[in-house]
Design a binder for this molecule. Structure first.
Ligand code: UDP
Ligand code: MG
Length: 320
């Protein structure tokens, strides 16, 4: 009988400190999953340190190690896409290089998909121990807002660490958008997902690549990518303003008829002009954000550019 294959996709950006630990853990887990063929695809996302050198070293020693190296930093989302495109396993796992996604969970995740009939097994952190409280607060707000206004369900604390079967991966690969937001894409495609919970683990070595500002922009990407509710804000504001203006008009009319026409002050007028100007700029800003994303999508640029790889695409007959 043909042995089933599991492909691990690991995006790496300046991870030379942690990669040796990761490889060690990979070997351990491969022993535990001896019934399956394992491969690991490192996607070097334009690292400026020795990441590529280290990965090449692994690949030389171990034929289960594959790598793709980008021509520059394209971002984690592009790295995930490239990894999925090149993974030909029956099951594909998306996993961070920093060991914040515990490899010990893999056997449970495989069991959920192979035996319990789920299409994917995803993980979520139940605690955010070790994270700045302000970041946790904003993260919570983001998930609450996102689930109210978008069609894709996103679980609070969900990691990108996920095991998927072929059907699930093929569905994801059909989503060829340039502005990628994986958490939304995973939720959008549907299928049955088993959620496995774990306590937050701090990264083994190296530093996080996500500043607060980067995370904020990433969350905006999520909202714009998976909801059109902000576009309706202009209409809602407009409606409220019309209603308010109408009430105001009647009040002034009645007041003038009853009490004559005392000179009205200009401060109130300034406030109204400023408020309306602000709302208009805000709404134009939202339109601009959607327009800029649409602009990038219409260019149909490639999601990533590969500079070097040890994967033979023809042999693999990708996409089948
Ligand atoms: N990563 C990447 N490209 C980037 C930023 C990050 O491939 O531009 C990878 C990084 O190497 C790691 C994963 O994405 O494997 C998660 O990054 P990190 O641990 O910095 O994020 P955090 O866990 O703090 O959210
Ligand atoms: Mg991390």
């Amino acid at each position: 009988m043909r042995r089933e294959k599991v492909s691990l996709v690991v995006p790496c950006y300046n991870e030379d400190e942690v990669l040796p630990y990761f490889y060690e853990e990979f070997c351990k887990v491969a022993e535990k999953l001896a019934d399956y063929d394992l491969e690991v695809i490192f996607v070097n996302d334009g690292s400026k340190d020795r990441t590529l050198e280290i990965v090449r070293g692994f690949a030389k020693r171990d034929e289960r190690v594959k790598y793709i190296s980008f021509s520059r930093n394209f971002g984690k989302e592009a790295a995930i896409y490239a990894g999925f495109e090149h993974a030909d396993g029956d099951y594909v796992v998306m996993m961070d290089a920093d060991l914040q996604d515990p490899p010990e969970l893999l056997p449970d995740m495989l069991k959920a998909v192979c035996e319990e009939g789920y299409d994917s097994a995803a993980t979520r952190r139940v605690t955010r121990k070790g994270e700045p409280p302000i970041r946790s607060f904003f993260a919570r707000c983001f998930y609450r807002l996102m689930n109210k206004i978008s069609t894709a369900e996103i679980m609070d604390g969900a990691r990108d660490y996920r095991l998927m079967n072929r059907k699930f991966v093929n569905a994801i690969m059909q989503m060829k958008e340039y502005n990628r937001f994986s958490k939304g894409i995973f939720g959008w495609v549907g299928f049955d997902t088993k959620w496995i919970e774990f306590e937050n683990v701090e990264r083994k070595a190296g530093e996080t690549k996500w500043s607060f500002w980067k995370l904020l922009l990433y969350s905006l990407e999520g909202i714009i990518g998976f909801s059109t509710v902000p576009l309706a804000l202009a209409s809602i504001f407009g409606f409220i303003m019309c209603a308010a203006a109408f009430v105001f008009l009647i009040v002034i009319l009645v007041r003038t008829l009853c009490f004559g026409d005392p000179v009205a002050g200009w401060p109130s007028m300034t406030c109204i002009i400023l408020l309306l100007g602000g709302i208009q700029l805000f709404c134009i800003g939202i339109l601009g954000m959607y327009l800029s994303k649409t602009y990038l999508e219409t260019k149909k640029r490639p999601i990533y550019i590969c500079k070097e790889t040890n994967i033979d695409n023809e042999e693999r007959q990708l996409g089948e």
